[in-house]
Design a protein around this ligand. Structure first.
Ligand code: AMP
Ligand code: ZN
Length: 468
């Protein structure tokens, strides 16, 4: 498989450090709110990478963190007058629900920054000992200029950066030796969570978290480090500086970055009012459609989210599911006995689709082309399963279709529908749970219904529901 490596800006043949095994680290979300649909892109894309590598027989150690200590979390906790752990735990749970609905598998490990503080302190101490870091008034800074390779991922020249950063000198950061130096550990402010350290009661800098968690759960060298393209600078550049300075070895062999998701060709932002959470989108669409939509573009291209494009993904996915349902129907009710000679020759052609699919995925995870191959297979299935098709032929085609879709995390099985009575009973149970202030159960029922494509609407006359 070839992977476009941001470090070399070329497609390179992927060779794991240890044969048969891959360590992947994907920078995860900061958990202060529901994840937005932009955050869902790296989750879906790199989950698909993991699935494909596993399909090829590799054992994948997939690590993706939750940043659970951060200014935004603290702000929200203060606004709600609760501990910041209450906020981070709440949104980790919500994020996991969204991931499940997007069919993003749980990582091998989802480390939380607040549970790895001892190792963070150890790395900071190591960097100080090696003279890559220094302490001023309790704050520990990384001595950026000492790391000779600084800028190698983002291709930034350190002198240009310095010129662009001059204004920092007058923004209260003048205690630094150099404006390019960044924080490894900072003192607490009033009302903030903190940990004891040799330098002050405080908390880690964001960049440090990933260097430490990837080292602990994967090792000094990671096979693939991934995230959104906004993270290339400064986040990943700083991770490299910290890790390579501390560990004395290369940090990551391959760097993969997804392009940004835009909405109606504009940048997604709260102020523009075009900012959607996965949860909101899940009320309008089956999140399987969103997964399919995200994979219909190459992961490095910018992707525009619009109702029209999602609608066309919905139709595309429906076409695949309908073909699969037809094959399933034939598996149950088709002709018994051996395949015809013609069917046997069709079966041989199935491998051609698998090869084409793999060729697309081997070319830097080209899921867009891989989906085109699935459509070709659907067409082939539709034209070759005419009246009288055997059960065994239908099964051979259905299995191939399901196998390829599964590599992309696309579920082709139709969901069995809930009966109206069952829906009414669940709604009544939800109302009762709400009355008893058992909101967890009420949410659970709402999500369960959502999962079955039932959207609830609370109106003055009571709860209404519709099939999405
Ligand atoms: P954050 O919580 O902002 O650190 O983001 C978590 C992940 O989502 C990172 O890998 C980001 O690069 C990625 N991300 C954030 N916004 C977008 C977007 N609009 N499109 C694609 N990826 C995004
Ligand atoms: Zn990171």
């Amino acid at each position: 498989m070839k992977i476009f490596n941001t470090m070399t800006r070329t497609k390179q043949e992927f060779k794991p450090i240890n044969e048969g095994k891959v360590g992947i680290y994907v920078c995860g979300p900061t958990v202060y709110d529901y994840i937005h649909i932009g955050n869902a892109r790296p989750m879906i894309v790199f989950d698909t990478l993991r699935r494909y590598l596993e399909y090829k027989g590799l054992e994948v150690n997939y690590v993706s963190n939750f940043t659970d200590v951060d200014d935004k979390i603290i702000q929200k906790a203060n606004a709600e007058n609760v501990d910041s752990k209450v906020i981070s735990e709440r949104f980790i749970e919500e994020c996991k629900k969204d991931m499940a609905a997007l069919n993003v598998r749980e990582a091998t490990t989802h480390p939380k920054a607040t549970e790895e503080i001892d190792d963070m302190i150890a790395m900071v101490a190591e960097l100080i000992a090696k003279d890559y870091a220094y302490v001023v008034n309790g704050t520990v800074y990384f001595r950026t200029r000492k790391f000779r390779d600084y800028g190698k991922l983002s291709k930034k020249n350190i002198d240009d950066l310095r010129a662009g950063n001059r204004e920092l000198l007058v923004s209260g950061e003048d205690e630094k030796e150099d404006p390019l130096d960044f924080v490894l550990w900072k003192p607490k402010k009033e009302g903030e969570p903190f940990w004891q350290s040799p330098w002050c009661e405080g908390r880690p800098g964001w960049h440090l978290e990933c260097s430490v968690m990837s080292k602990k759960y994967i090792g000094d060298i990671i096979d693939i480090h991934a995230g959104g393209e906004d993270l290339i600078f400064p986040h990943h550049e700083n991770e490299i500086a910290q890790s390579e300075a501390a560990n004395g070895t290369e940090f990551a062999r391959y760097w993969m970055h997804n392009g940004f998701l835009k909405i109606n060709n504009e940048k997604m932002s709260k102020s523009l009012g075009n900012f959607f959470t996965v949860r909101e989108i899940g009320e309008k669409y089956d999140l399987q459609v969103i997964r399919f939509f995200m994979l219909s573009a190459h992961y490095r291209s910018p992707l525009n989210f619009s109702a029209d494009l999602v609608e066309s993904s919905k139709n595309g996915l429906e076409r695949i599911k309908t073909a699969y349902a037809k094959l399933q129907e034939l598996c149950a009710n088709g002709t018994d006995g051996d395949m015809s000679a013609q069917e046997a020759s069709f079966v041989k052609q199935l491998d051609g689709y698998v090869e084409k699919f793999e060729a697309a995925m081997d070319d830097d995870l080209n899921t867009a082309d891989a989906i085109s191959v699935i459509f070709e297979l659907v067409k082939f299935a539709n034209t070759t399963t005419t009246e009288g098709a055997t059960k065994s032929y239908a099964k051979a085609v259905a299995d191939k279709l399901a196998m390829l879709a599964d590599v992309l995390g696309i579920i082709v099985e139709q969901k069995e529908d809930l009966l109206d009575d069952e829906i009414d009973a669940l709604i009544a149970e939800r109302q009762a749970a709400r009355k008893e202030k058992n909101f967890a159960r009420a949410d659970e029922i709402r999500n369960l219904l959502l999962d079955k494509g039932i959207v609830l609407e609370d109106t003055r006359e009571g709860v209404r529901w519709k099939r999405a």
